[in-house]
Design a protein around this ligand. Structure first.
Ligand code: TMO
Length: 339
């Protein structure tokens, strides 16, 4: 699976590189001879005083991020910068930013990455750069038809009482919770332990498998509970709800005493009103002060992220094409980022 993912990423990067060479020759040219003289392009673009090194943006494994990365990258290229896309593990990337190997992460989701991000912010090598005007949630989720056979939902105890409805050959007499790829580190196993759930976590290799399984289940209303999030394309297609676990508090992740289980952590849900942030390496504003200011202007709402995901997951566009389409449809938004 890892190999497959790596190949997929390589293809994305290749496709990106090919796309770039055809339409951004000036940006590449500028960076080639702009290295020694900052006067060269100074008058032409915001890039003038900044380093001409490529700004490295990570590519992760969910659609809004892949589209948004290129929207942001194309925006920066339009402002005279060079951009390089780096396929990255979505947890390790915070260490990479800390090490100066990646410049920015534009989708820091609180539920999935809050811990890894905050660790580097506390260490001082990653900066909590800005907040998108978005509210996020990532958690166990089911299509509404499941309520017909499992009364009491969305309460987690009701879900647990119905666990056998979600059993598969793979999980025996336990219910199956279909979790995201492991690098999204959701604490699902810990939650199963902490809340004593009669479920087994089965992680998919890629987000596409989540949606394929959902589609198959929904076709004949087979009960399914899986990892989902908002904003996402799913909400435009399926009626569904998040499972209501005991409400998240930071202490739930760190203090065993907290919550219903006095011996274990994670006896709660993920944040129901999570943040979406942009994080940058501490070196980024030092080396690219103007680009860093531009990135601070970038503000993505729930609707924007849902649209980006939609273009790929519902309409079937490649991320690069989706990024171009999104930028065409939202030229005013992008003009606003330029200031
Ligand atoms: C980070 N994610 C949106 C996949 O939960």
């Amino acid at each position: 699976m890892k190999k497959l993912l790596a190949i997929l990423f390589a293809m994305v990067v290749l496709a990106t590189a090919c796309g770039d060479s055809s339409d951004s020759t000036e940006a590449t040219g500028a960076s080639d001879d702009g290295a020694e003289s900052s006067d060269d392009g100074g008058g032409e673009s915001a890039a003038g005083e900044d380093s001409s090194d490529p700004i490295r943006i990570p590519l992760h494994n969910w659609s809004s991020q892949l589209v948004g990365a290129e929207v942001l990258g194309n925006f920066l290229e339009g402002e005279g910068y060079t951009v390089e896309y780096v396929p990255s593990d979505s947890q390790v990337v915070y260490q990479s930013m800390c090490d100066g190997d990646v410049e920015l992460v534009h989708e820091v989701w609180e539920g999935a990455f809050g811990v890894a991000f905050q660790e580097q912010v506390d260490a001082g090598c990653v900066l909590d750069w800005s907040d998108h005007n978005a509210v996020t949630r990532e958690d166990w989720w089911y299509p509404t038809y499941v309520e017909d056979v499992c009364p009491g939902l969305p309460d987690w105890e009701a879900l647990n009482d119905c666990s056998e409805l979600f059993a598969t050959a793979e999980t025996g007499d336990k219910g199956r919770f279909l979790g995201g790829p492991v690098d999204w580190l959701k604490g699902d196993e810990e939650r199963v332990e902490g809340l004593g759930l009669n479920f087994e976590v089965i992680n998919v290799g890629s987000a596409a498998t989540l949606w394929a399984e959902l589609e198959t289940a929904a076709a004949d209303e087979t009960p399914i509970v899986l990892f989902n999030w908002t904003p996402n394309f799913v909400e435009a297609i399926y009626d569904g709800k998040f499972v209501e676990f005991p409400q998240f508090e930071e202490a739930c992740r760190t203090d065993p005493e907290w919550g219903t289980n006095a011996e274990l952590t994670h006896d709660c849900g993920n944040p129901a009103e999570g943040y979406l942030k942009i994080g940058v390496g501490q070196h980024f504003p030092e080396k690219w002060p103007n680009a860093a200011e531009l990135v601070k202007n970038v503000d993505m709402t729930n609707a924007m992220l849902a649209d980006m995901a939609n273009l790929v997951d519902s309409e079937g566009l490649e991320a690069s094409d989706a990024a171009e389409k999104w930028a065409e449809d939202n030229a005013d938004v992008i003009a606003g980022w330029a200031g």
